[in-house]
Design a protein around this ligand. Structure first.
Ligand SMILES: [Zn+2]
Length: 236
């Protein structure tokens, strides 16, 4: 589902600081509240030393890989964000429900993964709203984050997203796991680029994600050892 040209464009977007900021507190629970990206930590020792990241998975749910990833996240007591493709939700609704029930955030990644910068308003609305409807049927809430496929966004996309009550949520660390560069390469790319507030992009759907699954335990183990906390994104 990825196109190298888009990936290069994404790199430029991120370099230019166009990656949308990560979200504030979790749904209705102060216990899950994450610091705002870029926000100054509160003046307590406990908070000022805190480090956190946002782990995100795109293009699912996938019959083969989503459950494997959920099991690993559960084993490490880590909560993440899943940007799901509506037509996959329609096909595997129970997986979407499971992701939600385990405390992860389920967010909108369009209906059929088009480039939204090339969509007209009618198509844009269909892509977002139909996905919302299928997600809501499983999770009980309407997602506030929209991650445009390929990270392809511009002012029109951001404005249209806002008109539908959405914030654009991109990422800041991209190991290109979808291109299957090798498990150790995925691990190294994440661990060398991550810092507090990073939004890490990985994939549970859209193709063979066995390397992503294999890389995940080492990534989680190492980030935990470095003192990172993991928060889901809500875009509230
Ligand atoms: Zn995608």
């Amino acid at each position: 589902m990825k196109d190298l040209r888009f990936v290069l464009a994404i790199g430029v977007c991120v370099a230019l600081g166009l990656a949308a900021s990560a979200a504030p507190p979790g749904r209705g629970s102060t216990a899950t509240a994450a610091p705002q990206v870029g926000a100054a930590p509160a003046a307590t020792t406990a908070v000022s030393t805190a480090k956190w990241v946002y782990l995100t998975f795109d293009d699912g749910p996938s019959a083969k890989y989503t459950a494997q990833i959920l099991r690993i996240l559960q084993a490490y007591h880590v909560r993440a964000t899943f940007f799901e493709v509506g037509q996959n939700v329609k096909r595997y609704p129970a997986l979407t429900r499971r992701v939600d029930q385990l405390g992860h955030s389920v967010q909108n990644h369009s209906w059929s993964h088009p480039n939204l910068t090339k969509a007209n308003w009618s198509t844009f609305k269909y892509q977002v709203r139909t996905t919302d409807r299928y997600l809501r049927a499983q999770t009980g809430y309407t997602p506030r984050c929209l991650r445009p496929p390929y990270g392809a966004t511009n002012r029109v996309v951001a404005k249209r997203a806002a008109m539908l009550g959405k914030k654009i949520q991109l990422w800041s660390v991209d190991p290109a796991d979808w291109s299957r560069p090798g498990t150790s390469v995925i691990v190294r790319r994440v661990l060398s680029k991550v810092h507090t507030g990073s939004v890490i992009l990985m994939h549970d759907g859209g193709g063979n994600r066995s390397q992503t699954v294999a890389a995940l335990p080492t990534i989680l183990k190492t980030l935990k050892a470095r003192g990172y906390l993991f928060y889901p994104l809500w875009c509230q």
